[in-house]
Design a protein around this ligand. Sequence first.
Ligand code: SAM
Length: 165
Amino acid sequence: MDEEFGLRPGEEALALPDRYDAGLHFIGRLRTPWTRRADCPKNNLGNEAVCTVALDPAYAPALRNVEGASHLVLLYWMDRAPRGLLVQQPRHADGPRGTFSLRSPARPNPIALAVVELLGRSDDTLAVRGLDCLDGTPLLDIKPYFASTDSRPQAIVERAGKPAR
Ligand SMILES: C[S@@+](CC[C@H](N)C(=O)[O-])C[C@H]1O[C@@H](n2cnc3c(N)ncnc32)[C@H](O)[C@@H]1O
């Protein structure tokens, strides 16, 4: 395991399987200003940095009509995260938490998501706002964000016994 991700007290990890069940193609890379995890934004909302979705040119035809969306869902692969952690101690949490209760990049399938604002397109690149990943993070998919079906304004997550939005 990467030293940066060494086990903290209370954390539990799993031995990884020797083979995976699915194959993925990285369809591009996310170009961001951040080269160290510590510098990445902790919160996508209110993060003003303009980042670039650099799509592999072979996938460019799939961008047709994408400009019709003001916001996109990006799915990306946290390539520098460990995959065995089942229980994690987030730096600022009051105790260890199950991986599936967290948005941590460390998870069995390190898939991350962000709803980004689409600022513009030029051929096979998109300018977006609202990313939080390291420069060069592989891109898995792009989908339009539908406020009508994707938004759940009443949703809460309990933190330190209190509901948070
Ligand atoms: C808390 S995760 C949230 C990711 C995504 N917004 C989500 O909700 O699925 C974001 C953090 O992952 C870390 N990170 C960013 N890019 C990474 C990468 N390529 N590999 C591993 N960790 C990464 C940074 O510490 C960043 O602040």
